[in-house]
Design a binder for this molecule. Structure first.
Ligand SMILES: [Zn+2]
Length: 298
């Protein structure tokens, strides 16, 4: 009976995945990520604002004087607010792309347009849910220049009302979610909520005691509870785990670089690497995590 029902649901799931509607959705999400291939971060911001408006949101653009190691340069964070309440949960991702060594812009789809489109999908889910917190979906600029957009947002708004932050960086292919565990004791409950969600959804997740930095570090430095998430294929996630956490005995071949680091910040960060199904999965997972935190922190 159990076997039969498992088989039946597997068949039903396979049918669902193979319906043209689902395939079309995945293709549409991939195309939406591809739209961020632009010659400048200003043009990426224009794409983001247009996509948010097309999805029915009314985004706010918050400019700041930034630039960091690139010298003075104005930046723009883009913010969508959902719901209301004195306390806030933030869902964040950077939309800027890095400048490559040859001076050209990275296409920046894996890093980080995939996360950007996943956040738009999450926002579309969350606006229909009853929430007891205000949810701010923030698209940061100048992450690649040293987390400047996030730092400037914290400078302007503070984190006194921020009860949790969910950040996404590098989420464009694969079915395995990675989460960092190195954001301080104040972040332990966000990590636990992430682990509960992985178990409830039977989602393959890999926790990283050492996880590469993103805008999450600006928030943990300010004392806010935060988790940083990403997606990739399962083998790649484990190879990356070993590269960062395996020490002397990591067992990776001499000179081996996990695929994700051969892709991001190179010419290979291109649309061919993106899987629309991952964008949909990431969006649904992030929305569910925000809902879980909203309920737990009520
Ligand atoms: Zn990034």
């Amino acid at each position: 009976m159990l076997f039969r029902s498992v088989l039946a649901s597997a068949v039903a799931a396979a049918a669902l995945l193979s319906t043209p509607a689902f395939a079309q959705d995945a293709e549409a999400l991939k195309a939406q990520v591809g739209a961020y291939v632009q010659p400048s971060n200003t043009e990426r911001m224009n794409v983001l604002v247009a996509q948010l408006r097309a999805a029915g949101f009314n985004p706010t653009v918050e400019t700041f004087e930034g630039g960091g190691r690139a010298g003075p340069m104005q930046g723009s964070n883009v913010v969508v607010t959902i719901g209301d309440g004195p306390k806030e949960i933030l869902l964040t991702a950077h939309y800027d792309a890095v400048k490559l060594r040859d001076g050209t812009m990275s296409q920046g789809v894996v890093d980080n347009a995939g996360s950007v489109v996943a956040l738009i999908e999450a926002a579309k889910i969350l606006r229909d849910k009853p929430l007891s917190h205000r949810v701010r979906v923030i698209f940061f600029d100048q992450e690649e220049l040293g987390l400047i957009g996030a730092r400037k947002w914290i400078e302007a708004h503070g984190v006194a009302n921020v009860v949790a932050v969910v950040n996404s960086d590098v989420a464009a292919y694969g079915d395995t979610m990675m989460y960092g565990q190195n954001n301080g004791a104040q972040s332990a409950f966000v990590t636990r909520a992430t682990q509960e969600l992985c178990a409830e959804r039977a989602l393959q997740c890999v926790g990283f005691p050492v996880y590469p930095p993103s805008d999450d570090r600006a928030f943990s430095a300010a004392g806010a509870p935060v988790v940083s998430l990403g997606f990739q294929d399962e083998i790649g996630a484990h190879q990356m785990w070993l590269a960062f956490n395996g020490g002397e005995d990591k067992g990776l071949a001499e000179g081996f670089t996990p695929k994700v680091f051969r892709v991001i910040h190179t010419k290979d960060d291109a649309i061919e690497a993106v899987e629309g199904a991952t964008i949909a999965l990431a969006g649904a997972t992030y929305a569910a995590l925000v809902q879980k935190l909203d309920a737990q922190l009520r």
